[in-house]
Design a protein around this ligand. Sequence first.
Ligand code: ADP
Length: 503
Amino acid sequence: MPTLAPPPSIPIRNPATGELVREVPTATPEDVALAARRARAAQVAWAARTWRERARVLGRFHDLVLERAPELLDTIQSETGKARRDALAEVITVAGTARYYLAHGRRHLARHRARGGVPILTSARTVYHPHGVVGLITPWNFPFILSVADALPALLAGNAVLVKPSEVTPLSAMLGRDLLVEAGLDPDLFQLLVGAGADLGRPFVDAVDYVGFTGSTVTGRIVAVQAAERLIPFSLELGGKNPMLVMPGARIADAVQGLVTGAFANSGQTCICIERCYVHESIWDEFTRQAVEATERLRVGWSSDFDVDMGSLTSVEHADRVVEHLDDARAQGATFLTGGSRLADLGPAFVAPTIVTDTTSSMLLHDAETFGPVVRLERVSSPQEAVERANASEYGLNGSVWAGQGRRARELAEQLVVGTAGVNSTLLIYNSYDVPMGGVRESGLGRRHGAAGIRRYVREQSIVGSFSRGGGYEQLLGMMTDERRVRQLLGVVKLWRRIPGIR
Ligand code: ADP
């Protein structure tokens, strides 16, 4: 069957206004292969440079990101329609990721000694090598963070990076690339391939040595199968239906603030955002009253200043999907405590921040990820019931517990089947760079941040050494010619487990 040629360029629109921002040329599958060849050639020299030399380039990039923040904010906003504060979160997070890996990445990749097979006679150590060409396939909700921050540890580890940004929002990544090049990076080490996933996905996975995918569970599965066919390593950060628990002991005003931020930051288009909130019956009335008040105080609209709390959704098509969830819930008898519909007066892709209750499992928004400014509230009669309902999900990305300051809240957090959980916080995990972040169940595989977030970009190699043939094992086994010697050997092996220091 003849395949349709991809369009030569894609129009990028500001979803808040519908205005055309720019036309961006698209790549072909041949461009992907060519980019990978160039990246591969440049990577050899980059990997041969010292950590310090690579860090110098990325340190300059860190400073440039902060110095050029206004331009970055304009660009991020222009293609996402998000509030300026949400764009600022992207800039701060990219700088934070750079700061963290510049300060700690080298330690995570340091060769380290381990125990040898036989004490004294043998040695063992682990070393790390870059994969070569790392490929990132990224979505539209945080176009700067997800295309650029995830590339930084890969670059520091000595890889080249190819990014296939979302075709809806390539501009932030393009500016990020300009800044990397301005900081001194060889342009072949960070290349962007703009185009639809259906056109470029397969050639992209075929061209790289590692795939980091962030996006929907449906697409993540396709990418995982393709990576598995090639037996290349991959990580997936997918969807979530993240629960929040508000239990006795919580400071209600704080929890309300946590809910409003956790559910409505970035217009609810955050993989770790709160979509379900379980509230103890003893504080239900007060919590819901304050939550509705706080939500109705949010200033929603489009502004290139900091006077808006929540902006547009990032595309009209996505707003349609969110509204479909709302209409379906309404038709099935849900109660909207606030919001519940599109705000067409503000622009083509605005949806009101929404709190909904009296939901049932037959409603779309009950279990499926809505990925919009919508949170559903449920009343529960015990923390245990809240944990059980929270865990009754196919997803397992992030969770949030509000139950005071003590150990009890942490214990509840540990009972949630999620990759990350916050106590008295909802989105804090994303800026906690020293701990791994990622999901379980259908929320994904692999981790960003922390040691895991840079080690995913290297192959681990173990080197063992011996001062005599086979570290003594080979000679020893050669000496086992009768039962008596075998018994003596087994006696020594038995003793070994009991000797501290060498076991
Ligand atoms: P969304 O539904 O939010 O757009 P996706 O998971 O489809 O989320 O998109 C995330 C990224 O995956 C985007 O860059 C998109 O172009 C890309 N993508 C979509 N389909 C495929 C595919 N079949 N193979 C590889 N990447 C894809």
